[in-house]
Design a protein. Structure first.
Length: 464
């Protein structure tokens, strides 16, 4: 099956083409035959991977990067209104398309699975993509992280299934019309766009309303936010709701999770029959993500035992408890966790797999707004580590907020009994960790910003 190009996407120009979501859409369009171009603030392995697919990637943002023959300009919510390429598009009368509209166009004519909610969208989407591919179904997919190499976050497949990570942060997931929707949970996050939990619930209700008639909602059981969404959408015509979790009345019930080092063995009860499979990442949280993927695949008609076996082929995604290497007897692991719930889940997972090893964390807070609202909870999460180094806030798309600094997190961590070292110079972290770490320790670089760059530096310093 070969879907065509969405309207006006023959020669798209992406502003911020190297981003996780943008690069995936650009790759699929290139694989479908579009003449893709774009720009990004800096060169990267992702940009190089796009060039290998025939895309033109400019470094830096400038008006003359936008070719007059472009049929549209694709942007994300992170692109500022004063971007010179955006201004040039207005001058030339070139249509501007939001990333979510472009992704929705790619799903037309296929059977979409949209994965939304907190926490584990990237992991759950990746599990589905890998397992469906292992079964020979060749799905298309767009993921917010790389599976095993730069540019592996997306694929145009010959099958009729499209698996997409659906971003609720800016309400862009309202654009999709999935056959199966997954909601992992709902918590107060994305404070720049949501003022209250009620706003978040209303947003998820709108998302569920986009599920095609006869479609399925797979939703976590035993999570307060997910339970509230399930309550609000209960009884909708043409919608089947399937719950998963460890409670006895879950439709897909998890009966056992057994740690196996940096993996887990999971047993579920599905239609009254037990089913056991392996998840190649540690921790209860990731086991739940795998069961969500299982339930979604079954909803599309894939035999449960086949899918369970295929889920064992998943070996992780970059930045989701990814082992970066070992030096001087110290393992360095990278974690994308930046919300307190994610931080706690990853630290508990590593604690369960670490036996008697010490856990050292290098944490970089992400966004001033998130730190302002959840900084105390982040500090409490860090108390699960044996020692932490806390960096300055990674601003991403935000401007500084007066009075909001990493000190909010550090004070809360110390109040919770944590051993915390502030570090304002990211370049000094490798030396700091080398002075702290001992053979047998585990080091986690944690956060959604550029803290991931520190893993190789720490390993090199430990080696010396």
């Amino acid at each position: 099956m070969k879907p065509g190009l969405p309207t006006a996407m023959e020669r798209p120009h992406f502003i911020g083409i190297g981003g996780a979501g943008m690069s995936g859409i650009a790759k699929i369009l290139a694989q479908r035959g579009a003449q893709v171009a774009g720009s990004d603030a800096r060169d990267s392995e992702t940009a190089e991977a796009l060039r290998a697919h025939g895309a033109t990637v400019h470094i830096g943002h400038a008006a003359d990067h936008l070719a007059p023959g472009s049929t549209c300009v694709v942007v994300s919510s992170a692109i500022r209104a004063d971007n010179p390429e955006l201004a040039r598009a207005a001058e030339l009368g070139i249509p501007v398309v939001h990333r979510s509209d472009a992704l929705a166009g790619l799903m037309d004519g296929l059977r979409p699975i949209a994965v939304a909610g907190t926490h584990g969208k990237t992991t759950t989407t990746s599990m589905l993509a890998v397992s469906l591919a292992a079964l020979g179904l060749d799905p298309s997919y767009a993921i917010g992280g790389d599976l095993d190499a730069p540019g592996s976050n997306a694929h145009h497949g010959e099958g009729d299934i499209f698996v997409a990570e659906a971003d609720e942060s800016d309400r862009s997931f309202h654009k999709y019309a999935p056959q199966v929707a997954i909601i992992l949970n709902a918590e107060l996050d994305h404070h720049a766009n949501y003022a209250s939990m009620d706003e978040i619930y209303e947003s998820f209700e709108t998302f569920v309303g986009k599920v095609v008639p006869g479609g399925t909602l797979v939703v976590a059981h035993g999570q307060d936010g997910a339970a509230e969404i399930a309550r609000r959408v209960a009884g909708r015509d043409g919608l089947e709701v399937v719950t998963y979790g460890e409670d006895e009345d879950a439709d897909v019930r998890i009966t056992k999770i057994t740690p196996r080092g940096l993996a887990s063995e999971v047993t579920v009860l599905l239609d009254g029959r037990p089913l056991t499979f392996t998840v190649s990442v540690p921790g209860r949280h990731y086991a739940h993500n795998a069961v969500a993927a299982l339930a979604a695949g079954v909803a599309l008609g894939i035999p449960a035992h086949n899918l369970a076996s295929a889920l064992g082929k998943y070996t992780g995604v970059k930045r989701r408890l990814q082992l970066k290497g070992e030096a001087a007897g110290v393992q360095v692991i990278d974690s994308y966790a930046h919300h307190p719930t994610e931080m706690t889940a990853d630290l508990e997972a590593i604690r369960g797999a670490a036996a008697d090893s010490r856990i050292l964390v290098v944490f970089q807070p992400h966004l001033f707004s998130r730190t302002q609202e959840l900084g105390k909870e982040m500090g409490q999460s860090l108390a699960l580590a044996d020692a932490s180094v806390v960096l300055d806030i990674y601003p991403a798309r935000e401007d500084p907020v007066p009075g909001v600094t990493s000190e909010i997190i550090i004070a809360a961590a110390r109040a919770a009994g944590a051993d915390v070292t502030p570090e304002h110079d990211k370049g000094a972290v490798a030396d700091v960790i080398a002075g702290m770490a001992k053979p047998g320790d585990l080091v986690l670089t944690m956060g959604a910003g550029d803290v991931t760059d520190l893993g190789p530096q720490i390993l090199a310093r430990l080696s010396n």
